[in-house]
Design a binder for this molecule. Structure first.
Ligand SMILES: *[C@@H]1O[C@H](CO)[C@@H](O)[C@H](O)[C@H]1NC(C)=O
Ligand SMILES: *[C@@H]1O[C@H](CO)[C@@H](O)[C@H](O)[C@H]1NC(C)=O
Ligand SMILES: *[C@@H]1O[C@H](CO)[C@@H](O)[C@H](O)[C@H]1NC(C)=O
Ligand SMILES: *[C@@H]1O[C@H](CO)[C@@H](O)[C@H](O)[C@H]1NC(C)=O
Length: 419
């Protein structure tokens, strides 16, 4: 068993190293390399998200929203149920806005199909479903001025910019199109974190959120950090300073050659598959019964999806520091320029006054029960809801085999309480 753990760890290290190396190569050789094997959607192409949604028989829409900083964000929408439920006069479908977590994208929620994935389930239950894509991922990679493939300026953002500039534009846009006053916000991991950050910084947005379904929100780490996490994250902090010096800011892009390479070692029938599983479980918590190992190759087509170096670094900092604070640039001059203070300011979480439903897995080794209990004490209007299955881990929220029975059906009932 311990051999598997060690090999699993080595695989995580290879994954991080290889992906970093690809980022460097891409930056050096630029578009020449990305033209081959890139799955980055072009304007005129049918995107993977569209293919997934339409293949399930649902209507699909794509909307672009421009953030205050010029980043163009792509939202995906499933406007109504497969069998469209007619509405009465002045009736509107309630809006559910999804925000994915680190390195995911809208389609990370969509590839398992109508009976398994939450967006389809909500759509069939009568919701107007919107899925956001964080800037820097495969779908939201355009800018009014910069080219994300060439210009390092494009990548100068972290979680805070997403929360401060992108989410407000997204929420306002969605509410305008849907002709409504407020929506349900469903965030997974740091997707939920940015929702909390937004209302801590701009409390006027509390009124626009009926309820925040917070799936394993990463806010305060209140547990001893595991040896593997320490091993994986400490070099990341160092790596990020190297990447910053080399002016390489876009990391872990979604690439066909990368997923093909991982598929070779992780697919069914390969003796190396247990290593892949061990590597994943070391990061997110072990849950064999809920993890469909045959789906690893599929999963790798929809994850990772690209992000910025600062965004990943901020995520790791939130986790390691246990503080809900702005990004620490690790350099007092840079902090002073940014915050007028050498120490990054903390977010005032007590300003998050809308209902927050804190859903957590007792098998999650990223966001633990202890973290959630600590967070619940700080939030003025929170409810703690454990998933009734002891090994539920960080990724089961999106990909657990029985997530529908264990979580999604419960969510539908909870959401009705917050009309
Ligand atoms: C597991 O994944 C495979 C491949 O994606 C799929 O065919 C199968 O139906 C999945 N099994 C379950 C129980 O979800
Ligand atoms: C901090 O950043 C500034 C500006 O980039 C740089 O000139 C300085 O050398 C850095 N200081 C340290 C201690 O790294
Ligand atoms: C920066 O901080 C100093 C000391 O706390 C304060 O006097 C000054 O007004 C601040 N400047 C700005 C622009 O906020
Ligand atoms: C945080 O927000 C609460 C509620 O608005 C306020 O009472 C408190 O003074 C704020 N704390 C800080 C440090 O700004």
């Amino acid at each position: 068993m311990s051999t598997i753990v060690v090999c699993g760890f080595l695989l995580v290290a290879c994954f991080v190293g290889a992906s970093g190396a690809f980022s460097v190569l891409e930056f050096v050789f630029g578009p020449k390399l990305t033209q081959h094997g890139s799955v980055r959607p072009k304007h005129y192409e049918v995107t993977p998200a569209q293919i997934l949604v339409e293949s399930q028989g649902f209507r699909f829409e794509s909307h672009d929203v421009t953030s205050k900083t010029g980043h163009i964000l792509t939202l995906h929408r499933i406007p109504h149920a497969k069998e469209k439920i007619p509405l009465g006069n002045n009736q509107r479908r309630p809006v559910a806005l999804f925000q994915h977590g680190l390195l995911a994208a809208s389609d990370s929620w969509l590839f398992r199909g109508e009976d398994a994935d939450l967006p389809y389930i909500l759509s069939n239950a009568g919701y107007d479903v919107w899925l956001s894509n964080m800037r820097g991922n495969i779908y939201s990679n355009k800018h009014v001025k910069y080219d994300s493939k060439r210009d390092e300026q494009y990548w100068n953002f972290g979680l805070e910019e997403v929360a401060k500039y992108d989410l407000p534009e997204i929420i306002d846009y969605v509410l305008t199109i849907a002709k409504q006053q407020s929506l349900y916000f469903l965030g997974h991991s740091v997707g939920s974190t940015v929702g909390l950050m937004l209302c801590a910084m701009r409390p006027e947005y509390n009124a626009k959120i009926k309820a925040h379904l917070a799936l394993a929100p990463l806010v305060y780490a209140n547990h001893p950090i595991s040896f593997t996490h320490k091993l994986v994250f400490s070099p990341m902090t160092f790596l990020s300073s190297v990447l910053r010096q080399e002016k390489i800011h876009g990391i872990f892009p979604r690439r066909k050659y990368f997923s093909n390479m991982m598929e070779m070692i992780c697919k069914d029938g390969m003796p190396t598959q247990p290593l892949c599983v061990a590597a994943i479980f070391l990061m997110v918590g072990a849950d064999y019964p809920q993890f469909n190992t045959s789906s690893i190759p599929t999963l790798l087509n929809y994850y990772p999806s690209g992000t910025s170096m600062y965004l990943a670094l901020h995520t790791i900092q939130l986790y390691v520091s246990g503080k809900f604070a702005s990004l620490d640039y690790g350099n007092s001059t840079l902090n002073l320029n940014q915050y007028n203070n050498t120490i990054p300011p903390s977010y005032n979480i007590s300003k998050v006054s809308h209902p927050v439903l804190l859903l957590y897995g007792t098998g999650d080794n990223f966001v633990t029960e202890s973290d959630i209990k600590y967070l619940a004490k700080k939030l003025p209007n929170a409810v703690e809801i454990p998933i009734p299955y002891k090994n539920f881990n960080h990724m089961d929220f999106m990909w657990g085999i029985d997530a529908k029975n264990l979580l999604y059906e419960r969510l539908l009932m909870l959401m009705k309480k917050y009309r």
